[in-house]
Design a protein around this ligand. Structure first.
Ligand SMILES: [Zn+2]
Length: 73
């Protein structure tokens, strides 16, 4: 994480000590949902039934995949 921070998180590639494997900081499992992004879109109190449909539509419009990170304040 410190190494990625030095480059403003433009490179997320990491070698993990548990199995000497290679992955991305974005794909690790954290205690809480987390992600690294170039931008964020916040939705306050979304209805759970529409969120997956909205995410699919957003991915189509943005031409990229998106990751849902649930935040509790
Ligand atoms: Zn491992």
């Amino acid at each position: 994480m410190d190494k990625a921070s030095e480059h403003q998180f433009t490179e997320l590639h990491v070698k993990v000590p548990c199995c000497d494997g290679e992955t991305s900081l974005n794909d690790l499992q954290y205690d809480w949902c987390a992600g690294f992004a170039r931008f964020s879109i916040e939705i306050l109190n979304p209805s759970s039934e529409n969120i997956n449909h909205c995410m699919n539509k957003l991915e189509e419009k943005l031409f990229c995949s998106i990751k849902k990170v649930v935040a509790y304040y």
